[in-house]
Design a protein around this ligand. Structure first.
Ligand code: SAH
Length: 222
């Protein structure tokens, strides 16, 4: 269980929740409670720690970013978690959202394509005590995690041009997925719900995420 430390970091976190997240309409009380205690500064590189509670995304190395606190909060709130769900996350990255999901859902499966980030966030999450209900995998998340499917919730934290069909298939009946989808510069954050096998989308607005790999454009590089 997380406890509150009496530090500057705690004050910075309280202000982050109040000014960046609550002030912009996030209401889920369980989520706000966890955001106030989860030490976001541990999920960013040392040289970025003084910015950990800033209103922005931050680089975490390997061309990845930890999302802006507001975006992480909006995505997590849109999943409507009550603590019982099986959740699949694509793009573990820093592991920050993974930790939030562990606090708010039943079981969490998370896939990261970059082996170095996967190793780093895996170690941190383990050290923080997230073990029993968390399964991690290094690999391409586009194919989902078929052996553990179906999932009540899916959260994708890198942007595909089109939502990968395997993820839509692995979404349980009555399930919800949140995904930033679209070409770079024209991505939209979308919530997809599955009812009686039919998919219904709600557009939450424009966003900017790193592309889900392997992106076509990547191949010219390296
Ligand atoms: N929720 C994370 C976001 C990290 S950025 C956080 O706040 O820290 C997105 C992550 O998705 C990056 O770590 C990137 O390496 C990863 N990623 C990109 N394409 C992927 C793919 N096909 N499968 C799994 N992970 C992928």
């Amino acid at each position: 269980m997380l406890t509150r430390e009496r530090t500057d970091m705690q004050r910075a976190r309280d202000l982050m929740v109040q000014n960046q997240i609550q002030a912009r309409g996030v209401k889920d009380a369980r989520l706000l409670g966890i955001l106030r205690v989860l030490p976001r500064h541990l999920f960013v590189p040392k040289e970025e720690q003084s910015h950990a509670y800033d209103d922005s995304a931050l680089p975490i190395g390997r061309e990845a970013t930890i999302s802006q606190p507001l975006i992480t909060a909006v995505m997590t709130e849109s999943l409507k978690l009550d603590g019982t769900e099986r959740v699949l996350e694509i793009g573990t990255g820093s592991g920050y959202q993974t930790a939030l999901l562990c606090e708010l859902a039943g079981e969490v499966y998370s896939i990261e394509i970059d082996p170095i980030l996967a190793e780093r966030s895996g170690q941190l999450l383990k050290d923080m005590g997230y073990r029993d209900r968390l399964s991690l995998r290094a690999g391409n998340g586009e194919n989902g995690w078929p052996e553990a499917a179906p999932f009540d919730r899916i959260v994708v934290t890198a942007a595909p041009e089109k939502v990968p069909p395997a993820l839509l298939e692995q979404l349980a009946e009555g399930g919800r997925m949140v995904v930033p989808a679209g070409p770079p510069m024209r991505q939209r954050l979308v919530v997809i719900e599955k009812h009686e096998g039919k998919l219904e989308s709600t557009d939450l607005g424009p966003v900017r995420f790193v592309p889900l790999r392997p992106a076509k454009a990547d191949k010219t590089n390296s």
